[in-house]
Write a protein that binds this ligand. Structure first.
Ligand code: SF4
Length: 330
């Protein structure tokens, strides 16, 4: 079996959080025992509500933060400590795309210069060739030479994000971690950027960890999908299978809110209760206060993420013990 490009093995990350102004400090489990794999040339979509731990997982995957427990393996080897020389060397093969391209770009430099910068920093190519290399990158993401001469504030949001992607590709990375990269864009521009990611994946043989709260976006880019709730993966599997027949009640609710074009829409599942608060994790299955299928057992016993007969993994007592009940509801 080939070694996956990226493997998170039982990774956890906690942060201290003070409850109220004078309250005591508690440890919040932002990421709690997460195991994920990104294969070469494939996209793993990571979806969940705000506060579910997706962005922390992305930072752990890149080694921007070290986990409190568990391992992050890149091509089978543990990531070096953050900011070590070995880690900085490896970082050129792993790039991050954030939601806000303006924050990721230098407002004082034209796009072309910023795209050339990684070539200068890493000594890639001959100095006399680097402008042409930068221009070729800009063209590969759909930007023209005249747009390369502009400053970030002179471009639209979509063009800025294209410029960020071009610069990220300069070091020929193997992995892109994209954290809500299209969330700030208009829907029509979102579609163009999503197509760009799909095209670039083929052209540059990229692996993507694509993070979004929006299942419609995740559906368009992902080969596999992992659903996160309150710091844990609750369902993970091949995108087609998981999105057409979700097994976990939380995934079912997400899918019902984002019906697939051309598919018979099912009644929307409206989740009761408050959105998740990582500082007040419910007992047992953390989803039980909002789950329409909850049983008495769910309040006391936390379900493990276990394989189902069709190969996906789900963390739900009912999905494993009474799957017909959930199929009828989903
Ligand atoms: Fe719902 Fe129980 Fe399954 Fe949790 S374990 S998702 S509460 S049915």
């Amino acid at each position: 079996m080939s070694v996956p490009l990226l493997h998170l093995r039982n990774v956890s990350r906690r942060y201290p959080m003070r409850r109220g102004l004078l309250g005591r400090t508690v440890d919040v489990r932002a990421v709690d025992g997460v195991s994920l794999t990104v294969e070469r040339g494939r996209t793993l979509g990571l979806v969940g509500e705000s506060g579910s731990g997706k962005s922390t997982t992305g930072r752990l995957a890149l080694g921007l933060e070290a986990p409190d427990a568990g391992d992050v393996l890149f091509q089978g080897a543990p990531l070096p400590p953050p900011d070590s020389r070995e880690w900085r060397r490896l970082r050129s093969r792993m790039q991050m795309i954030y939601q806000d391209p303006l924050g990721a770009l230098d407002r004082r430099l034209p796009i072309m210069e910023q795209t050339r910068e990684p070539f200068d920093v890493h000594g890639l190519g001959e100095p006399k060739d680097r402008d042409a290399m930068a221009l070729a990158l800009l063209q590969s993401v759909g930007l023209r030479a005249d747009q390369g001469r502009r400053y970030p504030h002179e471009l639209s949001g979509g063009q800025r994000q294209r410029a960020v992607v071009a610069r990220a590709l300069a070091t020929k990375p193997d992995l892109l971690v994209c954290d809500e990269p299209v969330s700030a864009l208009d829907v029509s521009i979102q579609a163009q950027l999503i197509n760009l990611f799909v095209d670039l994946q083929h052209e540059f043989d990229l692996s993507l960890l694509f993070i979004s709260h929006d299942l419609k976006v995740i559906r368009q880019v992902s080969h596999r999908v992992a659903v996160m709730y309150l710091g844990r993966i609750v369902e993970e599997g091949e995108a087609d299978l998981l999105l057409q027949a979700p097994a976990h009640p939380y995934t079912q609710a997400l899918v019902s809110a984002a019906p697939m074009p051309g598919r018979r829409s099912r009644p929307r599942i409206v989740l009761e209760g408050d959105p998740p608060n990582p500082a007040a994790r419910p007992s047992g299955c953390a989803f039980h206060p909002r789950c329409p299928a909850a049983r008495a057992r769910c309040r006391v016993e936390s379900p493990a993420l276990l394989p189902l007969p069709d190969g996906r993994r789900a963390a739900c007592h009912v999905a494993h013990d009474e799957p017909r009940l959930l199929k009828a509801a989903g």
